[in-house]
Design a binder for this molecule. Structure first.
Ligand code: PHE
Length: 358
């Protein structure tokens, strides 16, 4: 019996000395496990003489109960303190300032394209699309820019490697091939805008090898130069949000329009700042003209019955002018600081309820 007392004390000490749930479990196994000391002793009880068996069993059971209670109590204590540690660590400090939620910004190019589509959508234009990879015919020949024409050099074209037939595809240098494709598809009347990426081998503060253009085309039986002027003056007012912005049509040349003009808007430069509207300075913003009869003929349209106008502008250029962005290359550097400065909140995108259809 004495050694049973000793055994009990040793194990109680081991239980008290266990430092965590894992070491407590080891103690439990050494007592109650299949080869644990109490288990072994229980087996030994069966071998005793019948008169000793009862007393030995009672004594052993008593120790067993004490040890089991001690282990349970220690286990509960560990679990309680674990909970306390978690409560301490996971406490929410409601007085801390909220973490800002990062909000995305609309890129100025996307914003400007949405504004353009909203304005021309209001005027009844629909959106036409075409491929970025073009052929010579749609990008040049059909637009009255024959081979050897100097305008081909002006465009600094990116050519792709020649195909089996020797014909080289190219990256469209302007959105004008979209008007050709559109006119080939269906008979007049036409009232479309084309909007998208264009490419020229050029890079400096006002040029990037990829940029965006918007092009407009109207063809029907009665449209004349007066409509062209009215449409573009209205556009300048709406886009720059200056009701009386002076607009000037300056004679110019494009192979695909006749007559052709460049459009300037009045501005004022003072102290390094540019103000759109008023003043005595001019800023060129787009090219336009009456569609050349040869272009209509190239698309199978009877130039004796139909006529119309076209215009084209650089999206980056007019975004830079409206939003005071000095360097066109920054549009494509993906600098988040730049984007959060020049970008727009989602709510700034104009509505397109003007009936723009694809
Ligand atoms: N396609 C011309 C360019 O890229 C712009 C333009 C379009 C001019 C339509 C007149 C008419 O330079």
């Amino acid at each position: 019996m004495e050694d049973l007392d000793q055994l009990r004390n040793e194990f109680l000490a081991a239980v008290a000395g266990a430092e965590d749930l894992e070491s407590l479990e080891k103690v439990r196994v050494s007592v109650f496990g299949r080869k644990g000391l109490i288990t072994e002793r229980m087996k030994g009880v069966g071998a005793l003489a019948p008169e000793e068996r009862k007393a030995a069993g009672v004594a052993l059971n008593a120790v067993k109960q004490v040890l089991a209670d001690a282990i349970d109590a220690r286990k509960a204590a560990f679990e309680d303190s674990g909970l306390e540690v978690r409560l301490e660590n996971e406490r929410v400090d409601v007085t801390l300032p909220a973490r800002p939620i990062g909000e995305g910004r609309i890129h100025p190019i996307s914003q400007t394209m949405d504004e353009l589509l909203a304005i021309f959508g209001e005027m009844g234009f629909t959106l036409a699309e075409g491929p970025d990879i073009e052929d010579d015919f749609h990008n040049f020949t059909a637009l009255n820019i024959p081979e050897e024409h100097p305008a081909r050099q002006m465009h600094d074209t990116f050519y792709l490697p020649g195909g089996p037939d020797g014909a080289r595809k190219l990256l469209r240098t302007h959105t004008s091939p979209v008007q050709i494709r559109h006119m080939q598809k269906a008979p007049p009347p036409h009232r479309i805008v084309a909007l998208g990426r264009t490419y020229r081998c050029d890079s400096d503060i006002t040029h990037t090898p990829m940029f965006h253009q918007l092009e407009g085309l109207v063809v029907d039986g009665h449209t004349h130069m007066g409509h062209l002027k009215g449409c573009l003056i209205e556009f300048c007012r709406a886009y720059f949000e200056v009701d009386d912005v002076p607009v000037r049509f300056r004679p110019s040349f494009f192979p695909f329009t006749e007559p052709s003009a460049e459009v300037d808007i009045g501005c004022k430069r003072s102290g390094g700042r540019l103000k759109i509207g008023g003043g005595d300075d001019w800023l060129e913003i787009l090219g336009c003209g009456m569609v050349h009869p040869k272009v209509l003929a190239n698309c199978g349209i009877d130039a004796g019955k139909f006529q119309g106008f076209a215009f084209g502008l650089g999206v980056e250029r007019i975004a830079m002018l409206k939003y005071g962005i000095p360097d066109t290359r920054t549009f494509f550097e993906s600098d988040l600081r730049w984007l959060s400065h020049y970008g727009f909140a989602a709510g700034d995108v104009p509505s397109m309820t003007g009936g723009l259809a694809r």
